[in-house]
Design a protein around this ligand. Structure first.
Ligand code: ADP
Ligand code: MG
Length: 386
């Protein structure tokens, strides 16, 4: 068992005065490629990372759910019968929202016992690594076992998404929860967000001597949520003007027509989604045929498209990516919703130290905040730990 799971058992005992009935965990994620394509019913290729959120959970003999987290002293409790998005506040919505979402999907919670939960997370918050999905998925697998729901990993990912969309109120797609639920060691999760079919894609990073370097800009723009919503609306406007249900239906051949019909800004938003979908498919094909050293241009093109067409990057992230590539990264791109957060660079292990030093010094010279640099390893998705 991981030291994090053991720590959560002890933390649970200290707070609730008894041992938990079990410990479950789920990872954060990095999106390798496919940004803002999920809610456009397109393609994404994220992977689960080796930083996890654990939920230690004990069954109660009443119908109350009590939630605590090692990141705050606050305790929140709510009766199962009172679960509703309006009754949940702040961080507890990521936990209680999952229980509520199960009820909305026709699962009978009338006999479900109350629970005590302790959340402990090692996924950095707000860095674009989806600490939110990690909580939702850790809780979802725990409730699935303790409430004997027999839901599939993909069903649980959908439950997590409902919590995020409707209890928390973030209008995100299925990407984060699918990666957290379905991740596998050294594999990406290739997800078709229209059919919701997922496939594990071998990344072969270790055998190729490659690493994924996360470059957290530590910039969090206050318009992150507003900007995300705004891009979503642009995509919907573009689809409506082009008379398609979703941008997924368009291919690069449709772009000439799109440019004639749409205003320049909407056109560029649409072009990002259409070309990004093509790049995800090309990345999956290239990984299979030629391996990870051949995907650098696709990562770089994805970044340029987010920077110039979708306009969701920040100068810190642009500079970090350009510097990493200049100093030997195979490719680099922003990852996550944008307006701050993190970028990733695909780097040869033996060049990592030099790339890190170059990125740190370039941002310092530009008078920018010092980034946080660390590697992540594609890892196993949500599971029971104890
Ligand atoms: P991201 O998912 O990119 O990390 P979000 O804004 O989607 O960023 O989710 C971050 C939020 O998740 C935090 O503001 C907090 O409410 C909640 N959260 C993250 N980690 C924890 C934790 N360990 N305990 C309680 N809440 C957490
Ligand atoms: Mg999130």
């Amino acid at each position: 068992m991981s030291d994090q799971a053991t720590g959560a058992q002890d933390g649970f005992a200290a707070r609730y005065g008894r041992r938990p009935d079990g410990v479950w965990s789920a990872p954060g994620r990095v999106n390798l490629i496919g940004e803002h394509t999920d809610y456009n019913h397109g393609f994404v290729l994220p992977f689960a990372i080796d930083r996890r959120t654990v939920a230690a959970v004990g069954v109660r003999d009443d119908r109350v759910v009590r939630v605590r987290s090692t990141f705050t002293e606050e305790e929140v409790s709510l009766a199962i019968d009172d679960l509703s998005p309006t009754a949940m506040e702040g961080w507890s919505a990521y936990v209680l929202g999952v229980a509520w979402a199960l009820g909305t999907q026709g699962h009978d919670l009338s006999q479900a016992p109350g629970l005590d939960l302790l959340i402990d997370s090692r996924v950095p918050v707000g860095a674009g690594l989806s600490s939110s999905a990690a909580i939702e998925c850790a809780v979802a697998v725990a409730l699935n076992d303790l409430w004997e729901l027999n839901l599939s990993p993909l069903d649980l990912a959908r439950i997590g998404r409902i919590a995020e969309n409707r209890a928390v109120g973030a209008p995100t797609g299925l990407l984060d929860q699918a990666a957290s639920m379905l991740g596998r060691e050294d594999h990406g999760v290739f997800l078709d967000c229209d059919t919701e079919q997922a496939e594990a894609v071998a990344l072969h990073l270790r055998e190729e001597g490659l690493e994924i370097l996360v470059m957290d800009s530590r910039v969090e723009h206050e318009h992150a949520t507003g900007g995300y919503r705004d891009r979503r609306e642009s995509c919907e406007r573009g689809a409506a003007a082009l008379a398609v249900a979703t941008l997924r239906e368009l291919s690069e051949d449709d772009l000439t027509r799109a440019s004639a019909v749409l205003d320049d800004e909407t056109y560029r938003r649409v072009r990002h989604i259409v070309t990004e979908n093509a790049r995800v498919l090309e990345t999956v094909r290239t990984l299979g045929e030629s391996g990870p050293r051949a995907i650098g241009d696709l990562l770089n093109a994805s970044h340029a498209s987010m920077r110039d067409d979708f306009e969701i990057t920040v100068p810190e992230i642009d500079l970090a990516c350009a510097t990493a590539v200049e100093h030997g990264a195979i490719g680099a791109r922003m990852t996550g919703g944008g307006f701050g957060g993190s970028a990733i660079a695909l780097v040869p292990a033996d060049a990592r130290a030099e790339i890190e030093a170059a990125v740190t010094s370039a941002l310092a010279s530009a008078g920018m905040r010092e980034p946080q640099l660390f590697t992540v390893t594609p890892s196993e998705g949500a599971r029971r730990d104890a």
